[in-house]
Design a binder for this molecule. Sequence first.
Ligand SMILES: Nc1ncnc2c1ncn2[C@@H]1O[C@H](COP(=O)(O)OP(=O)(O)OP(=O)(O)O)[C@@H](O)[C@H]1O
Length: 276
Amino acid sequence: MAVISATNLTYSYNSFSPPSLVGINIQLPPGSRTILVGANGAGKSTLLQLFAGKKLVSTPGAEVKIKDQDVFRNSPSGVTFLGTEWAMNPVVRGDISVAAFLDSVGGYRHKERRDHLLDILDVDLDWRMHKISDGERRRVQLCFGLMAPWDVLLLDEVTVDLDVLVRQDLLNFLKDDSEKRGATILYATHIFDGLNDFPTHVAHMRFGSFVTLPTPWDLSKKSTTLYQVALDWLKEDREFRKELERTGKTIARGARRNEAVPSDSETFYRKYDYSH
Ligand SMILES: Nc1ncnc2c1ncn2[C@@H]1O[C@H](COP(=O)(O)OP(=O)(O)OP(=O)(O)O)[C@@H](O)[C@H]1O
């Protein structure tokens, strides 16, 4: 049985935008850890947000379910969504200690997991939230987001500003946790370093559809790395787009990215403007 499923899922943000997702049909088994690969604008964040029940899908015949329940209408329990928008949330920039912040969001109820996460993420309970770096704030947020045990974890690139050691420890924790508790992870990322032995499945999205459905990733049978696979897929995407442009053809979604609307990661990078 699938724990996460989408059937005939087509989704547009509004009536004047081309659909951001087109005819998605996927099923993810319990305990799987799937990496979503796709170029900027491929539809990864949109898909994760829909699974998180953040938007209503009104396309006739479309179903978006977790644990066999409609994500929007029934809000299935045990689902955690972590995305980049956290970094911009003013609530976590207040003049408050990490200890007080985590307690105010129920940290005391999951003390053992909280302390384990504090250790992995190298977070100091005495830090003041308004005086820490973006990466440190991200670590506190991850502790907050992950301390309650989840059955389904939807991750939209949350490791961008973590240092490599913390990132690796976090990935090991997530993998271990999912193996021990049979919990399921769907993770969209552009960072493939150190990720080779993390997934059970990998999938490739392009222009709002799956080019490669979630496919088992068996490291023992691989002579390549996830990084190389992602690179090859993204090169194919670029060639595909160029060919469309050359021939003047369009596809269902039009290959017409809505340039006026930045994808989440573009918003994130624009916000932080790493160019200087
Ligand atoms: N609020 C919005 N309104 C209209 N269109 C949007 C909105 N947010 C995203 N889109 C469009 O939906 C498409 C998919 O965007 P999405 O953010 O899901 O891509 P992504 O694969 O997550 O990209 P990235 O890797 O850059 O985060 C893009 O063409 C984008 O322009």
